[in-house]
Ligand binder design. Sequence first.
Ligand SMILES: Cc1ncc(COP(=O)(O)O)c(C=O)c1O
Length: 374
Amino acid sequence: MTRSIQLPPHILAIDPYVPGKPIETLERELGIRDSIKLASNENPLGPSPRAAAAVRAAIDNLHRYPDGAGHEFIAALSAHLGCRPENLIMGNGSDDIIALLTQVLLHPGDRAVMPRPSFLMYEIAVRTVGAEPIFVPLDNLTIDLDGILRAVDAKTRMVFLCNPNNPTGKIIRQADFERFFDALPPAVVVVVDEAYIEFVRDPDCLQTIDFSKAERPLVTLRTFSKLYGLAGLRVGYGIMPAALAEGLNRIRQPFNVNLLAQIGARAGLEDREFVNATLHCVHSGLDYLYGELDRLELTYHPTQANFFLIDMQRDAQAVFEAMLRQGVIVRSMKSYGFPRCIRVNVGTADENRRFIAALGAVIDQIAAEPAADV
Ligand SMILES: Cc1ncc(COP(=O)(O)O)c(C=O)c1O
């Protein structure tokens, strides 16, 4: 008798998240060397040196379990943020906390409203628990808060927002959010994913931390993957009402943030020099890239994050492949609903120059080809 595995329909409805390929894999597949990756919004300067040193120093303790409650890490975070430890949850990346929130807050059949396109893990986490994602299209690349309000109904239990939004880099304004938040039914929990908030230069940008500290139905998500250069360690955190944090603590794996991750992230938090260097790199890099794209007469969408969209006026997948052959890895935005756009993150000054040179070469190539209808 043959037996086949039957997956439930709500799992079959999930399109798996496709992460950017590691640079080594791409080089092997394409037979290229010395390529640069500007596709996953990582920190181009590498990891925080203080974090790396702390991780190295902790290697001999790998036979020990980590502190499951993360006392020292949580204490350091709470001092850094000025909030109570009861309002903090640590996660194996902020992805982990997104999943925990949906498990704690949603029943099968409940709804969670989210912008589209935005970070894909919201949809995956919602579908995983048999709940229904409701998508609200962006308005001019920006999250449409009024559209989200209109989409909220009696079945809605959560709203996801991403500020600045990935992949468009556009922000939510503080005043707009306050109106939006006040108009929501109190039973709806708003999750604001601030993975890139530290890169924002616009003073009108929403900062939710004061809301989430104040025991309102709001969660702020942050990560060590970007500003601190620790994507490989997997550390994120959430700031939320104590009763919700208590719910997440009931179901999270007891050691969800590993020993090296806790130690590395705590040291990274103190690495002011690296944080300043990263901010300088991203901001000066953006200014340089904007200037060069103006010179190349390309349309781009200014950002408040460490990545942005460039409208290539051509099939983005073809541009992505042509850039790969130049040894530069970017992200095609075709599957995000922007068929002519690529997303690129800021690199080091050297990487930014290489990116511009490669882009110039690709433009020359495509100028020689007939325009494609996309
Ligand atoms: C908007 C957004 N949220 C969350 C994450 C995931 O962060 P982490 O590495 O902490 O899981 C990313 C990663 O790219 C992201 O772009």
